[in-house]
Write a protein that binds this ligand. Structure first.
Ligand code: FUL
Length: 511
C-alpha cells in the first residue's frame, strides 16, 4: 500500500515535467558496454536548447515609446509609432556577429500590447500610430530574418497581461493566453524557446476595471496543457520559466554559480532552491538560463542608452556559458526599430574576442584568426579508459558531442594528462559532459607543469566542482581579467576527484 502511494506520487511530477526516464540497456547485456545514464537526464529538446548556448533578447514594444519598463496596460495604441519600418533582420545580423546562435524577441510585455495582428485583443499593432507600426508584424519578420541567417529564434509572451479584462479569470488562459501562444507557435515549428516571465498579478488597467488581480503562477496558466499544445506545433520549443523546462538562474547580472547543476528539486520552489547552483540531488532536469542586459539602463531602450564594454560582456559569457548555463543577452532596439550603432559596434568587438580567445565560430570571421585548440596537438593519456571500443581519450578532441571518454562503472576518480613536445601558452580550459547520460562530475582540480616533472595547482580559488554541458575555466582564476599572460607549460593535468557515477567527458579543449 505504501509502495503504491509512493509510486503514484512519483509518476505525476515525472510526466508533468517532460523528463525522459526511459531505461537503457544495462552494462552486461550491452556489447558496447555503454555506461548507464545517471538520472535525471534531459529531454532531446532540452539538449538542443543547451546547444544554443548564447543568444539575444530583444526588448522592444510599447515601452520603447513611453520610456517605461512596465506599462500599465492603458496606453493608447497610437503611441506605438516607429520612426522607420522596424527591421528585425538588422537585429539578427548584429547579434550573429557577436557569436550568438539565436534570439528571443519580446512580442508582448506585461502591458499586453501585441506586436502582431491577433484575434485575441485590440491592444496590438493593428491600431498603431503609423504605417511603420501597423505594417511590421514583428514575430513574422523576426522569424523570417532568423531563418534567412540560420539563427534559432523564439518569442517572449508575457503571461501577465495588465490590459486584458480577462486577466485573473479562467477565460484569460483559455481565450487569450493559450491562443496567443498558439498563434506564435505557428511562426515556424523550429522555434527553440518560448519565454514566460514569472512576474504576475498586482494592479493594472484590466479593460478599464482597474484594481489588483492575484493568481497562483503554479496552477493558473494550465501549464501541462500549454506545453502539450505548443509542442504539437513546435516540438523542439523549450518552455522557459512558467513553462518549467528551463530555469531562471536567480539574478539578472549575468552570472551562474561556479557550482551549477542542471537539476533542481521542485519541492524547493519553481527555481528549485538556490537557482544559481541547482541541486545535485534534484529530480528534474531544469537547466539554468541567465538573462542579462548588454546596456546600462533598463530592459527597454531609453534615451541616452549606453553599452557595457565588450570585455565586461566577455566576463559574463565566461560566468554563464562557461558555467553550465545559457546566456540570453538583451540588446534593445530603439524608436526606429533598429539596434543603435554603439550596440552594433560593441557586439562586433565581443564576437572578435570570443573568436580569438575561445575559438567561438563567428559569422564573417576567418577560421585562421580563431584561437588554436592546443588539446588537438597534445598527447592525451588517462589513468583509466572504460573497457569497450570507443571510450578512449581521442574521443575528447574529435569535435563530436555524442562520443566520449569514459571510465569503468565503479570508478569515481581519474586523471587526464595532456603533454606537448614544446612549451605552450595556456589560458583557458574547456570541458563538456555528454549530458544525454546525466550530469555527473562533482569535483576536479587542474595542475600544470613547466618542466614536465614538477606540478603546480591552477586557479585554486575557483570552485572547480561541476562541469555539465560546458565549463570554461580561466586558468588564472579571474573571469574579469582572464586573458592575461597565460602559463607556459609542457603538461596540463585534470584530476577528477568525485562524480555521481563513473565520469564521462565528451570534449576537452585548451586555448
Ligand atoms: C522580468 C520582467 O518583469 C522585465 O520587465 C523583463 O522583461 C525581464 C527579462 O523579466 O521579470
Amino acid at each position: 500500500m505504501k509502495l503504491k502511494t509512493l509510486l503514484v506520487g512519483l509518476t505525476i511530477p515525472l510526466v508533468g515535467y517532460a523528463q525522459s526516464f526511459e531505461m537503457k540497456n544495462q552494462t552486461l547485456a550491452d556489447q558496447d558496454n555503454r555506461p548507464a545514464p545517471c538520472h535525471p537526464v534531459p529531454h532531446a529538446r532540452q539538449i538542443l536548447w543547451n546547444e544554443t548556448e548564447f543568444y539575444a533578447f530583444f526588448h522592444y514594444g510599447m515601452n520603447t515609446f513611453t520610456g517605461q519598463e512596465w506599462g500599465f496596460g492603458n496606453e493608447n495604441e497610437a503611441t506605438y509609432a516607429p520612426t522607420q519600418k522596424p527591421n528585425p533582420e538588422q537585429w539578427v545580423k548584429a547579434v550573429k556577429a557577436a557569436g550568438m546562435k539565436g534570439g528571443i524577441a519580446v512580442v508582448k510585455h506585461h502591458d499586453g500590447f501585441c506586436l502582431w495582428p491577433t484575434a485575441t485583443t485590440t491592444h496590438s499593432i493593428a491600431r498603431a500610430g503609423n504605417a511603420n507600426g501597423r505594417e511590421a508584424n514583428i514575430p513574422e519578420l523576426f522569424a523570417a530574418a532568423s531563418q534567412k541567417h540560420d539563427m534559432k529564434y523564439g518569442f517572449y509572451i508575457s503571461p501577465w497581461d495588465r490590459n486584458s479584462a480577462h486577466y485573473g479569470k479562467d477565460t484569460y488562459v483559455s481565450e487569450v493566453f493559450l491562443k496567443q501562444c498558439e498563434e506564435l507557435a505557428k511562426y515556424g515549428n523550429e522555434q527553440f524557446e518560448m519565454w514566460f516571465d514569472g512576474a504576475n498579478g498586482g494592479d493594472g488597467y484590466y479593460g478599464g476595471e482597474g484594481g489588483s488581480r492575484s493568481i497562483d503562477n503554479s496552477i493558473y496558466y494550465d501549464t501541462p496543457n500549454l506545453r502539450a499544445r505548443v509542442h504539437d506545433l513546435a516540438p523542439n520549443c523549450v518552455l522557459w520559466g512558467v513553462g518549467g523546462e528551463a530555469r531562471w538562474i536567480g539574478n539578472e547580472s549575468g552570472f551562474a554559480g561556479e557550482t551549477c547543476w542542471a537539476m533542481t528539486d521542485y519541492n524547493k520552489g519553481a527555481s528549485g532552491g538556490r537557482a544559481e547552483n541547482g541541486d545535485e540531488n534534484g529530480w528534474f532536469w531544469n537547466p539554468g538560463e541567465s538573462d542579462a542586459k548588454a546596456t546600462n539602463n533598463g530592459w527597454f531602450w531609453h534615451q541616452g542608452e549606453s553599452m557595457k564594454s565588450a570585455e565586461r560582456l566577455f566576463q559574463m559569457y565566461l560566468e554563464t556559458v562557461g558555467r553550465n548555463a545559457t546566456l540570453i543577452l538583451n540588446c534593445p532596439p530603439d524608436r526606429r526599430g533598429l539596434l543603435p550603432d554603439n550596440t552594433v559596434d560593441e557586439l562586433k568587438k565581443l564576437g572578435k574576442m570570443l573568436h580569438e580567445r575561445l575559438a567561438v565560430p563567428v559569422f564573417g570571421m576567418d577560421e585562421t584568426t580563431a584561437a588554436t585548440d592546443l588539446a588537438k596537438s597534445a598527447t592525451i593519456e588517462a589513468t583509466e579508459v572504460r573497457t569497450g571500443n570507443s571510450y578512449a581519450t581521442d574521443m575528447l578532441t574529435d569535435d563530436n558531442k555524442d562520443t566520449y571518454w569514459a571510465t569503468n562503472d565503479a570508478t569515481r576518480e581519474a586523471s587526464i594528462t595532456l603533454t606537448w613536445d614544446e612549451p605552450q601558452t595556456l589560458r583557458y580550459l574547456q570541458l563538456m559532459e555528454p549530458i544525454q547520460l546525466g550530469q555527473r562530475i562533482k569535483k576536479f582540480t587542474i595542475e600544470y607543469s613547466a618542466d614536465g616533472t614538477t606540478w603546480k595547482r591552477l586557479c585554486p580559488v575557483m570552485e572547480t566542482t561541476t562541469v555539465g554541458y560546458k565549463r570554461i575555466i580561466p586558468l588564472n582564476g579571474s573571469t574579469s581579467d582572464s586573458y592575461g599572460e597565460g602559463y607556459r607549460a609542457t603538461k596540463l593535468r585534470i584530476n577528477i576527484l568525485d562524480s555521481r557515477a563513473c565520469p564521462l567527458l565528451s570534449n576537452l579543449s585548451v586555448y
